[in-house]
Write a protein that binds this ligand. Structure first.
Ligand code: SME
Length: 178
């Protein structure tokens, strides 16, 4: 019996040592945006698989996006008591609370749709958490048809987001379970 236990422990230790970690992210070196998203989608799906914790999943999704795309800022705001409150993100410190209809995030929340902003200076009411941000995309997160938060991505360059980003980011946020 003891002998079998020892074998079992050995087997488990071997597995723990040699099983590749799910946390390894393969970064695709290409300028093809769709290809980058296609490489990332199944990897993020695997990262989130079986993990029910919302904070953990949002944190890993933000980190994976930041690693692949090297954006200036990528993160989440979650609806709490009728405000958007800062959630897990990657990048410089950011504004903590945004009202309904305020800035790009609040507008995407109010309109329940993805907003692409090629030049933040040209967006009335844009909230400049950082003066370095020049273009932005905000994708609403839905739960039972209601907006429960937004994914916000900022770039230091103008005109960095388009329909390809909207398409894939909308697919990505569907992986989040609330
Ligand atoms: N620019 C956003 C505010 C959030 S930060 O960019 C992280 C907006 O106008 O809603």
């Amino acid at each position: 019996m003891i002998k079998y236990d020892i074998y079992l422990i050995y087997f488990e230790v071997t597995l723990l040592t040699f099983t590749p970690m799910a946390e390894d992210l393969k970064i695709l070196q290409t300028t093809d945006k769709a290809a980058q998203y296609q490489s990332l989608l199944p990897q993020i799906e695997a990262l989130l698989h079986g993990e029910p914790d919302l904070t953990a999943n949002l944190a890993n999704m933000a980190a994976a996006l930041k690693e692949q795309f090297k954006w200036f800022w990528v993160g989440f705001y979650l609806v709490k008591e009728n405000q958007l409150v800062l959630g897990p993100f990657q990048g410089p410190v950011a504004c903590t609370r945004i009202g309904m209809g305020k800035g790009v995030c609040g507008a995407a929340w109010q309109q329940s749709k993805t907003l692409i902003v090629p030049d933040v200076e040209a967006f009335p009411g844009h909230i400049a958490c950082s003066s370095l941000s020049q273009s932005e995309i905000v994708v609403p997160l839905f739960n039972n048809g209601k907006v429960v938060g937004v994914l916000d991505v900022d770039s230091e360059a103008l005109d960095q987001f388009d329909e390809t980003d909207a398409l894939y980011l909308e697919e990505l946020v569907k992986l989040i379970n609330f």
